[in-house]
Design a protein around this ligand. Structure first.
Ligand code: DX5
Ligand code: ZN
Length: 217
């Protein structure tokens, strides 16, 4: 099965966001990856609801919203209203992760859990069947354009094993430093969805780049 590709609009030109949205709409990309940062959970602030509103108006593909914020429970309803189809919270930001996931699903969204590079796969063993998508961070969250952490390959392999052993239907998404070289080994390790920001938006031909990432064989 070809990979799903979720271009990260964090790397788009915000002075001409519509052009970035149109590029994704007319490309082979599958989702819009939307990085929300609060300056507390991560050392950076990205954007919030006004930008999401603009996105929702023009995006013709699912909004894959990656919350890098503390206390995500406070905003679940608002993100649903803002158009999120998949809402991903960080494992490290949730004290009552099971409750948070139920709440996301209750609001009619798919529920994702992101794990930082230092968080072991084993931490998900007792919750994996409740997770629609695990977002494996292959950089420390906070900024686009960072270098891919190679240990991610091993984590994806172990996550895939956990999913199979648990008879779960969870999909694996990888985020951070994804490029034309690591897409194929990530797919072989078990990734289903790749997020890419810098690689796509700094490419001379973003649509061709998306096409390659989708089918890197
Ligand atoms: C990092 C974000 C990523 C980022 C990916 O905190 O979660 O989604 O935008 O950008 P690249 O592909 O440039 O690493
Ligand atoms: Zn992200």
């Amino acid at each position: 099965m070809p990979l799903l590709i979720a271009p990260s609009i964090l790397s788009a030109d915000f002075s001409n966001l519509k052009a970035g949205i149109d590029m994704i709409n007319t490309s082979e990309a599958d989702w819009f990856h939307v990085d929300v940062m609060d300056g507390v959970f991560v050392p950076n602030i990205s954007f919030g609801f006004p930008i999401m509103k603009a996105l929702k108006e023009h995006a013709q593909k699912m909004l894959d919203v990656h919350l890098m914020i503390v206390e995500p429970d406070r905003y679940i309803e608002e993100f649903k209203k803002a158009g999120a189809g998949l809402l991903t919270v960080h494992y490290e930001a949730c004290t009552h992760l099971h409750r948070t996931l139920q709440n996301i699903k209750h609001h009619g969204m798919k529920a994702g859990v992101a794990i930082n590079p230092h968080t072991p796969i084993s931490a998900l063993a007792d919750i994996i069947r409740d997770i629609d998508v695990v977002l494996v961070m292959s950089v420390n969250p906070g900024f686009g354009g960072q270098k891919f952490i190679p240990h991610t390959f091993d984590k994806v392999l172990r996550l895939k094993q956990l999913i199979i052993e648990s008879s779960a239907k969870t999909k694996i998404e990888v985020d951070g430093g994804v490029d034309l070289d690591n897409a194929l080994p990530l797919m072989r390790a078990g990734a289903d969805i790749l997020v890419a920001g810098n690689t796509i938006f700094s490419s001379p031909n973003p649509k061709e780049c998306i096409k390659f990432l989708k089918d890197p064989l």
